[in-house]
Write a protein that binds this ligand. Structure first.
Ligand SMILES: [Zn+2]
Length: 240
């Protein structure tokens, strides 16, 4: 009888998993698009409920509410706040995240001047930036960021902005790239610390060496793949 009961439980458990009905069986990616610059703000989470917030980009009150409601409705616990880079459109909501979830941001040390001067940069673009809580710890190329049962590999990819980082999830083969690479485009390099040759070098060395089927989630616009950009991105043709 006991064995029978065990088998039933085992079988139903197996079916449950096989049908994908387990809540959050794998890492989930929720994409929001916030502020007038239409920045993709990513939320990554798994069945532990722990989540990573990448590029806190909320600006308007209703955007903050939308993000917070998703987090509370799904019973998530933000445990890490990351930036792909610290141009103001990608960090407008950072202070809100730091205050609401008691999370200091984590970024590359070369990004620090952008955060320290964000109020001044904001004025240039007509934004009233809430001064971010500054990071106390930094990450760099080759580091691993963990949350829940997940691991993100940190790739240093300067060229669009100093301290640009991409986050690669090897198991599910995706990479979050900020403004380094877009569908059919690459990041601009005419802003302070931008360098086009360095950007192309970063893309070739750090992104184009990932498996071709890797999904690329950029800081603006739709997702693409490494394969698609390798073959069709006009900024990358002729540079191999
Ligand atoms: Zn940018």
């Amino acid at each position: 009888m006991l064995i029978y009961a065990f088998l039933i439980i085992f079988e139903s458990q197996t079916k449950y998993n096989r049908c994908g009905l387990t809540p959050f069986p794998m890492l989930q990616i929720k994409q929001f698009t916030f502020n007038p610059f239409q920045v993709n703000n990513y939320l990554l989470y798994d069945d532990t409920g722990e989540c990573a917030i990448i590029d806190a980009a909320t600006y308007e009150k209703h955007e903050k509410k939308e993000l917070a409601s998703f987090i509370s409705d799904n019973k998530l616990k933000p445990v890490v706040q990351l930036f792909t880079h610290c141009h103001i459109d990608h960090m407008l909501g950072s202070r809100y995240i730091s205050k609401t979830y008691k999370l200091k941001p984590l970024t590359h040390k070369d990004s620090l001047p952008f955060l320290e001067n964000s109020k001044e940069y904001g004025k240039v673009f007509g934004f009233d930036v809430e001064k971010p809580v500054l990071p106390e710890e930094f990450i760099e190329d080759g580091d691993t960021v963990t949350f829940g049962n997940q691991e993100l590999k940190v790739l240093h990819t300067p060229g669009h902005a100093a301290g640009s980082l991409c986050y690669y999830h090897e198991k599910q083969q995706f990479v979050i790239v900020g403004d380094v690479l877009f569908q059919g485009g690459v990041g601009r390099s005419d802003l302070p610390t931008g360098d086009h040759d360095l950007l192309i070098k970063s893309i070739l060395q750090k992104l184009m060496t990932l498996p071709p089927e890797t999904t690329v989630y950029p800081g603006h616009g739709p997702a693409t793949t490494i394969e698609e950009e390798k073959s069709g991105n006009p900024f990358l043709t002729g540079v191999y």
